[in-house]
Design a protein around this ligand. Sequence first.
Ligand SMILES: Nc1nc2c(c(=O)[nH]1)N[C@H]1C(S)=C(S)[C@@H](COP(=O)(O)OP(=O)(O)OC[C@H]3O[C@@H](n4cnc5c(=O)[nH]c(N)nc54)[C@H](O)[C@@H]3O)O[C@H]1N2
Ligand SMILES: Nc1nc2c(c(=O)[nH]1)N[C@H]1C(S)=C(S)[C@@H](COP(=O)(O)OP(=O)(O)OC[C@H]3O[C@@H](n4cnc5c(=O)[nH]c(N)nc54)[C@H](O)[C@@H]3O)O[C@H]1N2
Ligand code: SF4
Ligand SMILES: [Mo]
Length: 694
Amino acid sequence: MQQEVYSICFMCSVRCPIRCIVENDDVKWIEGNPHVAGIEGSLCPRGSAGIALLKDHERVQSPMIRTGPRGSAKWKRATWEEALDYVGEKLKGIIDAHGGHSVVLGERTQLSTHVSKTFLRAIGSPNHFTHDAICKGSVNTACRSLFGYTDAQMSMDLANAKQIILYGRNLLESIEVKPVKSLMAGLDNGGKLTYIDPRVTVTATKAHRYWMIRPNTDLALNYALMHVIIKERLYDKPYVDRWVVGFQELQAFVQPYTPEWAEKETGIPADEIVGLARDVGKDKPRVVFHFGYRGANQVEEVYVRRSIMILNSLMGSVEAKGGFFFKKGPGEVGGKPARKLTEQDFPPIKVPRFDKVGTPDFPLPDPNHGVGQVLPEAILNEDPYPLKALIAYRFDPLMSIPDTEQTRKALDKLDLIVSIDINYSDIACYSDVILPESIYLERTDSPQQANGLKPQMFLRKQAVTPRYDTRPGPIILKQIGERIGIGQYFPYNTMEDLVRWQLEGTGFYPEDFEKKGFVAYTDKQIFWDREDGIKFKTPSGKIEFVSSLLEDAGFSSFPAYEPVSSPPQDRFRLVVGRCALHTHISTQNNPYLNEIVSENTLWINADRAADLGITDGQLVEVTSSRGSGTIKACVTELIHPEAVFMLHGFGHRGEMATRSFNKGLSDGLLQENVSDRIGGSPALHHTFVTVKPA
Ligand SMILES: Nc1nc2c(c(=O)[nH]1)N[C@H]1C(S)=C(S)[C@@H](COP(=O)(O)OP(=O)(O)OC[C@H]3O[C@@H](n4cnc5c(=O)[nH]c(N)nc54)[C@H](O)[C@@H]3O)O[C@H]1N2
Ligand SMILES: Nc1nc2c(c(=O)[nH]1)N[C@H]1C(S)=C(S)[C@@H](COP(=O)(O)OP(=O)(O)OC[C@H]3O[C@@H](n4cnc5c(=O)[nH]c(N)nc54)[C@H](O)[C@@H]3O)O[C@H]1N2
Ligand code: SF4
Ligand SMILES: [Mo]
């Protein structure tokens, strides 16, 4: 008999709501949840490939314990008892000898992150980090410096925007289903799209205006836009007067940054910059300058992201229809969010974090997430103290932290590496023990609090029985916890118990999710009153162009623009990104997706390729200060001459994932691990490379 199961996709972190058709304990069909406004049945290609993941015999089928040297692909299958006992005993020894803080857990933020945070707090470790800094930490810090909210607490109304400006936010390939549909609705409604990228992406092909910007010069463009907007009084004066602190300082600061100056830095003609400033001035406040998502290009990234949000503020588009809005939580309508295990009492923690976030060394990144890319350095230098064990939970430090060789050296110093993964990822293959998690279609998860104009809650519900000997992550952590004396922090035996515990006091019950997959706290959209009711959480209660967050920590609000150097003659700036068919590093071995895109290529400008004697499809050697590798060239006019581009996520080294093993080249092998020391993100486009025929 056919059954409908509403759940939440997890082929990537966006977590779109889905409906599965299940028959005889098998998933026959997956589509977007038709009851959810803005989704209406849609799914991206990776979401559809969830069926192939379910059936994939190359994912991890049972706990595994390594028998050869690290990375040697010598393993034995283990029972859960054996594997959990092994991990428990090792961890206990490490905690007794070196303290709980010698244990780090890194994960991609997910629905049960509160469980992993609980695990670490219970052993007295501050060392939980998420992927956030590596993804978009500088955007997070920029938003906090201006509004007092993180980027995750904000969203945008693309469907009603009249002008949409995307800075390398390649929405039509680096997909989130709802925003993609919202963008398409905006274009259908007459909205105008400006797309800025050193490379012609699919999104560029849909734009009304495309600028092939010189890499890493967006800040110059934005200062010139501000210059024109202020000089020609194109900004929303009543909004700025009411809500902005530091407008005059900005006005004085951008005075020298003319469009003619920016043309020389960016390559974008001055009259076109003036044209955009006038267009947005006309259409304000229904204007979205997108603050980006994977936004870490350079070491001054926090100022680039701030400049984008300052442009929105000048437009009066923060908390506006067709602009940005703050996500409203259940508290706005007298409701309660789901409980989290982290609300329990824990022993006090007396040491700093491994990444020093929250100390004068690294004051501003979000301590809820930490800064993961510092991990190799912290391990190698034993600074601030020796680290001994790593639990990698849905995060791969080898491929997702720049400079793979440095990371590998650091991992070699650890006494214990445990992966909680579904695939034979590079980190799983380099671990001592792999604890396989059941995939999203096989497990119920913690409820998802979905704040927005209408606060809602969604549930990931198990659709089918696990195919292999796998368990949900929160059960795995509880079972390790029981072996190291912290079992009391995990008051559940099954995921259903955990969900019931979390829903206590919300007025909702697990059954309420069955009909449509979600529950709503209200039917009405909540906008705050733009005249008097916007609840900015900065110390001034306003938008802080002059930022107390930055200045109190000793950083300038408007540092003078530093010209961006072009790569020396024989070099290129290495630029990376995603495609619509793959998620970061985790889907390259998926049978369906691998069939369509199985390796990456190196985009190189046609004129420069000709100078180097490189032809399309030829194998080339790419070399940086950190490493070297070979990849096929894709010779094209569609990329700026200073840049070469490759997709992130290829060049896997895990032999047990045979479809992706050794296919293409990994960007992390070439990239230097340097950070924006204010915002927190790694500067992924900082590295120069040489290219020659292989
Ligand atoms: N060099 C370089 N580094 C980057 C980037 C880049 O472009 N270049 N991009 C950055 C960005 S934007 C991000 S968001 C991060 C992402 O970094 P990661 O989180 O490391 O990448 P993912 O591909 O999302 O998945 C990580 C792991 O999760 C596993 N996994 C998938 N589903 C599940 C599950 O249900 N349970 C468990 N336990 N494991 C699962 C996958 O097999 C994979 O091993 O990388 C960042 N790092
Ligand atoms: N299919 C798919 N969709 C995804 C993901 C995925 O893995 N796969 N991951 C999700 C996640 S976690 C994230 S963070 C987002 C990422 O979303 P995006 O940030 O849109 O994604 P990227 O693919 O990293 O695109 C970066 C773009 O920036 C351009 N670029 C490089 N340098 C510059 C510059 O100096 N200025 C400008 N203006 N542009 C520049 C690059 O050429 C590239 O096209 O995507 C999300 N959606
Ligand atoms: S964007 Fe695609 S892969 Fe990511 S959650 Fe949504 S449907 Fe799934
Ligand atoms: Mo990301």
